[in-house]
Design a protein around this ligand. Sequence first.
Ligand code: ADP
Ligand code: MG
Length: 323
Amino acid sequence: EKTIQKIAAGEIIERPSSVVKELVENSLDANATNITIEIRQGGKSYIRITDDGDGILEEDLSIAFKRHSTSKLTNANDLYRIMSFGFRGEALASISTVSKVEVLTKTNKDKFGVQAFVEEGKIIDKKPVGCPKGTTMIVRDLFYNVPVREKFLKSDISEANHINDIVYKLALGNPGVSFKYIKDNKIIFQTSNNNDILTNIYTLLGEDFSKNLLEINYEDVDFRIYGYISNNTFYRSNRKHQYIYVNNRYVDNNHISNLIECKYKSIIPINRFPVFVIFIDIDPSFIDVNIHPNKQQIKFINQNKLDSKLEYIINSQLNKNLS
Ligand code: ADP
Ligand code: MG
């Protein structure tokens, strides 16, 4: 039974970056406005996520680490209007099956916080502590009890690069949240939480990316589509710097990338890939995020409508900006 649990856990938690992604998404779901991410040795030995979100009630703590327990869905209909990042209730169960987890958490209702240690999915020690509202999760020695998985991990640098990728995407997509990222005792970046996309782009992607950006900003009853696009020549021409967010969730969507690219090139003829950061806010009942466990793939219920909207928006906004 334990072996089966570990295999199942390995499907959700492939590598240290999966832990970071799941824990940060939990912090976002808990309405955090400040999130600190600290990693050591590519996250293999140490990952800490601290947030100032809602916290977890002591009586809910052991449930949170059980499989298929989530506080985020109350009935089947909710599946069609998911706004939260998590909904399967598998992350904490999986993480605590294949690592040693320490949690510190306090809600608004509690006078004291609680500190707990979790191994093999079970709380092995628990005591009251003084701590601010919010949650800290510390994940130590990932895959210490799954030798095949541990052997499969790449070098510290390579695993850290995977984490960088995830952390930058999360921070870029959530300009209302301040992210602080610490790697091997060094602060890599700290964003502000004033909801300013441009400042966020500047902090995370740098001065060069921020040059010559054209603003996109459109809203109607179905969508809000906004962000920045440019033909920035600083980068080698590839699609690495095309960021698409649907309801603040980073998505991999070649179809939308292509569409934006084609429309852009039809107005501004360039023979390279444009760079962009585009946010699409849409009623969650129009999307299906349920098709892949890592949730970077997404399906739109009415893709044609979105397509024609996007074409229209890129067209009109770019022409307006250029005139
Ligand atoms: P899911 O996110 O799919 O609900 P998880 O296993 O990631 O499942 O988390 C289980 C539950 O633990 C969540 O539903 C939530 O109630 C609670 N939880 C986890 N992390 C946090 C956090 N940082 N702050 C508040 N609650 C949390
Ligand atoms: Mg979750």
